[in-house]
Design a protein around this ligand. Structure first.
Ligand SMILES: C[S@@+](CC[C@H](N)C(=O)[O-])C[C@H]1O[C@@H](n2cnc3c(N)ncnc32)[C@H](O)[C@@H]1O
Ligand code: SF4
Length: 416
């Protein structure tokens, strides 16, 4: 399987050099001159742990959570430069279940604002059980503009398959009616055993009729280290589902703003992950800058120890070659289903067509992309193959990296 990602990597980076992640780090990160920078903060606590979930998280314990927040604030103070407040796009709290620390978020946001001016709002991931009028009001007071709720499915049968409790969503819908946000996104998982398009369509309609103006429908990914025993759907069935979902949403007038996400209207920015550059704080958080990608330790205890010693908690760093940075850029930008030719040139000082003229020509011939108004846009077929490739990428790179990092706080190196 990883042969596909290896060959693609060699072809596109024009080199046999693998992605080499090493156990060294810069105690000061060069982010100040970076354009289009976003921030991510990871909160690794959940009330109960879902068997299918690959993210870095533990069961909530008040004492540990308190120590964690103190460490998080220390990490922000270590990394950030206080000379001048830098304008950033957005701040996003992911997890885990960040709302478990709702009374601590103010403290964290205040420290962030010491260093940054947030221009496009603050987002947070929520578990459906978090969505009460009281919690939403608190989040709004904190300046949060985007909420993303992990529904997974509105149907008991699929919640059961995923090991989640039966949920009464009526209070959640009432709360969403009472307290509004610029973006209300709902997450779903598709390609679960026995899931048909009719059933997914029902979930999409329920979401848009009950407060969502954005939805994310992720394909189920079977990570090697999770305890999920779910039977995988065939690729043929998955493709049919993805095409049916896309056609349904497009016919309804929703806008596909990334491979698996759809928005009710086009005038807002929804995504948390498609920034050119981002700084990540907290255990397991990643940072992407012009010249490096780095990932923090997955161990909460080691994370706390490390920042207590005034060292930033980076576990592995990848220092990019220029071509590696280009394919990183293209891979993540392509997730939005389009690449802006002028922005690529501004970022790398070279035209995309000069760098990858043959590949662009080939993809046009294969009807995977088309060019319009200065953008290369994916066709429906192109989006399917990206989705398909992303699955390989997740299993060949992310699964491998996270498997190692869950076992060892600071591995010596990792070659991908
Ligand atoms: C960190 S979780 C969301 C927030 C919240 N903790 C919750 O579960 O409601 C982010 C999202 O990733 C998706 N996800 C988690 N595990 C997945 C898997 N194995 N395959 C596909 N999507 C997954 C789910 O849709 C989930 O809502
Ligand atoms: S899916 Fe959400 S609630 Fe479940 S373990 Fe993962 S982060 Fe926690």
């Amino acid at each position: 399987m990883s042969i596909i990602t290896t060959v693609t990597r060699m072809w596109l980076t024009r080199s046999t050099k693998p992605f080499l992640f090493v156990n060294d780090y810069d105690n000061k990160l060069q982010y100040v001159k970076t354009n289009n920078l976003g921030l991510y903060i990871h909160i690794p606590f959940c009330k109960t742990i879902c068997s299918f979930c690959p993210y870095c998280k533990v069961e909530y314990r008040e004492e540990l959570a308190e120590k964690y927040v103190n460490a998080l604030i220390k990490e922000i103070n270590l990394v950030c430069d206080s000379k001048e407040r830098k304008e950033i796009t957005s701040l996003y709290f992911g997890g885990g279940t960040p709302a478990l620390l709702i009374d601590k978020l103010d403290e964290i946001i205040t420290v962030i604002k010491k260093y940054f001016i947030i221009s496009e709002g603050i987002g947070i991931e929520l578990h459906p059980n978090n969505v009460s009028i009281e919690t939403l009001k608190k989040l709004k007071q904190l300046g949060i503009t985007k909420i993303s709720i992990g529904i997974q499915s509105f149907q008991d049968k699929f919640l059961h398959i995923l090991g989640r409790e039966k949920t009464d969503y009526s209070n959640m819908f009432k709360a969403l009616e009472r307290v509004s946000f610029e973006t209300v996104s709902m997450d779903f998982i598709f390609a679960l055993p026995g899931q048909t398009f009719e059933l997914i369509k029902r979930d999409i309609d329920i979401a848009f009729q009950n407060g969502a103006n954005h939805i994310a429908i992720y394909p189920f990914i079977d990570f090697s280290f999770t305890e999920s025993t779910l039977k995988k759907m065939s690729n043929k069935e998955k493709r049919k589902l993805l095409d049916d979902i896309t056609n349904y949403c497009v016919d309804k007038g929703y806008i596909r703003d990334s491979i698996w996400t759809f928005a009710k209207n086009s005038n807002k920015k929804y995504s948390s992950m498609t920034r050119d550059n981002f700084l990540g704080f907290g255990c397991s958080a990643t940072t992407l800058l012009d010249k490096q990608f780095k990932i923090n330790t997955f161990s909460i205890e080691d994370y706390i120890k490390r920042v207590d010693n005034r060292k930033i908690p980076t576990s592995l760093t990848l220092r990019f070659t220029k071509n590696q940075r280009m394919i990183y850029y293209l891979f993540w930008t392509a997730y939005t289903t389009r690449v802006n030719l002028a922005e690529f040139e501004k970022f790398f000082n070279i035209k995309l067509k000069t760098q990858y003229g043959f590949e662009i020509w080939l993809m046009k011939i294969l009807k995977l992309i088309k060019e319009r108004d200065g953008y290369l846009e994916m066709t429906l077929k192109g989006a399917f193959y990206y989705h398909y490739y992303e699955n390989y990428y997740t299993l060949a790179y992310i699964d491998k990296m996270w498997s190692v990092m869950r076992k060892e706080a600071f591995p010596k190196e990792l070659i991908l």
